[in-house]
Ligand binder design. Structure first.
Ligand SMILES: NC(=O)c1ccc[n+]([C@@H]2O[C@H](COP(=O)([O-])OP(=O)(O)OC[C@H]3O[C@@H](n4cnc5c(N)ncnc54)[C@H](O)[C@@H]3O)[C@@H](O)[C@H]2O)c1
Length: 309
């Protein structure tokens, strides 16, 4: 059978870049997306698009690959929509897995570095079990991801399905959601800087993150999805270089030559203080090495926000 991929959440930031890459590499691509986090259409000609929910979608097609990215990954968004957030990453994951099982497809899931919570081991390896509040306001997202991981590994063990779970760490680049408070940190800062508006930092800005440019994420994901012998693997996909939110704001102010001021607000509940990926396993299994440094990735992202390419 020729390659036929079904991508849930494929109109979103990560999904639309992956769909494009799969199309270029000769896959037949179907995207299912309910347009809940972004109503702009990102997908290209040549991709079949159906507006539907991951929880309920079904069809008669035979797929070689099923990828589940459907979620509300921005903290403000998932805190405002906790039930939707849990639903797409519980019933939704099960429905997507059943489609993959019926087709005998390879199944890939985007979990998250959020499964580690406020990790005490930095950089964090896949073997770290996490330090997560199971019922706080972020738990709808973190525990949805953790439940999905448990469900997928149970399908893998019980039905011997080919499953692959990745845990992305803060990916950024063109098409990342940018609207209002729902934008994540890089798009919020870039938008504010380009408009000379205040840059809002929650907490003291000493919290760190490690940011991976979208092209690096796509090439790692492609390898992880298509390489043989990786069934049952759970893999961090992220950058290793930590940067504080204060330093990130300073870089963006400099690159945009902005007159914005930095304004501090109280820190968000259960916001992790440090985050950085241990990518030793990804290096070993798929030869992953991030190639685009932060300044280069930020410059490309800034020019996209300015309306360029
Ligand atoms: N971007 C990152 O840094 C990052 C980091 C860790 C994990 N992730 C995970 O990767 C995936 C994609 O993230 P993204 O950054 O592209 O976010 P995104 O918001 O741009 O894309 C998510 C897509 O899923 C769709 N969607 C949401 N709920 C749905 C539902 N019930 N049924 C059908 N479609 C639905 C949205 O409309 C959107 O197009 C998510 O699962 C997210 O949790 C992303």
């Amino acid at each position: 059978m020729s390659n036929n991929i079904l991508i849930f959440g494929g109109n979103g930031f990560l999904g639309s870049h992956l769909a494009e890459f799969c199309l270029k590499n000769g896959f037949k691509v179907t995207v299912i997306d309910d347009l809940s986090t972004m109503d702009r259409i990102n997908i290209q000609n040549g991709v079949k698009f159906i507006r539907a929910k991951v929880e309920t979608y079904n069809d008669e097609e035979e797929y070689t690959h099923v990828v589940h990215l459907a979620a509300r990954p921005s903290p403000e968004d998932y805190i405002d929509h906790p039930l939707d957030t849990l639903s797409s990453n519980s019933w939704g994951t099960q429905n997507a897995m059943e489609i993959a099982r019926r087709s005998g497809a390879t199944f890939m899931y985007t979990s998250s570095s959020e499964v580690y919570g406020n990790a005490s081991v930095i950089p964090t390896p896949e073997t770290y079990y996490g330090y997560v509040n199971p019922n706080g306001i972020r738990s709808c997202y973190d525990e949805g991801k953790r439940f999905s991981e448990a469900l997928i590994m149970s399908y893998h063990r019980y039905y011997k399905m080919d499953t692959r779970i990745q845990r992305p760490f803060n990916v950024y680049g063109p098409r990342i959601r940018e609207d209002g408070q729902y934008g994540r940190v890089i798009p919020r800062f870039v938008k504010a800087a380009l408009n000379d508006e205040d840059i809002i930092i929650f907490g003291d800005g000493k919290q760190t993150r490690s940011f991976l440019y979208i092209d690096d994420w796509v090439s790692a994901t492609w390898k992880f999805l298509t390489m043989r012998g990786l069934s049952g693997t759970v893999l961090n996909i992220g950058a290793t270089k930590e940067i504080s939110i204060n330093d990130l704001a300073a870089r963006i102010l400099e690159l945009t030559r902005s007159k914005s001021k930095i304004v501090y607000k109280p820190s968000r509940v259960d916001d992790p203080t440090r985050r950085s990926a241990d990518i030793s396993l990804a290096r070993k299994l798929i030869g992953f090495e991030p190639a685009i440094d932060l300044d280069k990735g930020l410059s490309k992202t800034i020019s996209w926000f300015k309306g360029g390419k």
